[in-house]
Design a protein around this ligand. Sequence first.
Ligand code: F6R
Length: 365
Amino acid sequence: KKGNYDHFMQKEIHEQPHSLTTTMRGRLKDNSVVLGGLKDHLKTIRHSRRIIFIGCGTSYNAALAARPFLEELSGIPVTMELASDLLDRQGPIYREDTAVFVSQSGETADTLLALEYALGNGALCVGVTNTVGSTLARRTHCGVHINAGCEIGVASTKAYTSQIVVMAMMALAIGADKISTQARREAIINGLSDLPKKVSEVLKLDGEMRDLAKSLIDTQSLLVFGRGYNYATALEGALKVKEVALMHSEGMLAGEMKHGPLALVDETLPIIVIATHDACFSKQQSVIQQLHARKGRLIVMCSEGDATSVCPMGSCRVIEVPQVADCLQPVINIIPMQLLAYHLTVLRGYDVDQPRNLAKSVTTE
Ligand code: F6R
């Protein structure tokens, strides 16, 4: 079933132009988005006081990537909950809330317990899952299947990008009644149609990421800084590296750099800075300058053609990625990180598809 690939994770990374196509199939129509499983509930969602994203691990990170765009298009406050933390706190959830549960397997215990809790509190519960007939799909009031195809590698890759695309489509559907954002919505819909092609382009970085992995093979630790749409990319990229390559790695909000992490910077610690072109670009440029001034070992991910403006002295390693609509950029930017984690794992000699101590579906609390 792995075809020409050595591992399922590798196959699933390279499958993403196809999995994203199936995620969108039949759902983009003449400048609008049709999500059959959601359309009867859109009115209720538009009237909710708050949308709460709930998930664990990679699924939580996918929701975090979609959050800015959902806030922008819906005008509704969107809050984030790690399922276990919501349960630990017994955080307040109300009838006027829409709770969106994100889970590849649809069987994660923490997420399902949080779902029962939200149902008990009277919230509208929406599911985003890859598994038809899963407990999550059955227990939620409504939802959207991500249709990414079966994911076998324990590290989630293609499900992550499909989850982001589904949540972007949800944001487009929820915001569809607003005239003021029509042009923006149309631009994003065009961007979605183009996305599989751009994903094929970014996959060509495979060899470059293998070289980068070689240069990092013996390092103890890796930091990843992102912000805005790509805060999630930093968290998810670091999660991939730690879970499969068994290397300590932390994703951080670049805006928090001066509030502590800057103390870690020296000539040896590799730091990946995500600085693709969006509204936060100039802020990321100054982050790069500050890291540079402290002789940080920098690897910068930027939009094609931006290499000299992000790295004027040619002193850092640059990963150039194709540019897409700002809110879809996390789908592109995570792919070099997935490739890096994959190659690091192979080079370090660890089990790619079955990392030690981990299970594909976490069915206990
Ligand atoms: C990371 C990973 C885990 C899962 C998490 C939630 O690659 O796979 O972090 O994302 O256990 O799983 P689901 O999405 O099935 O609820």
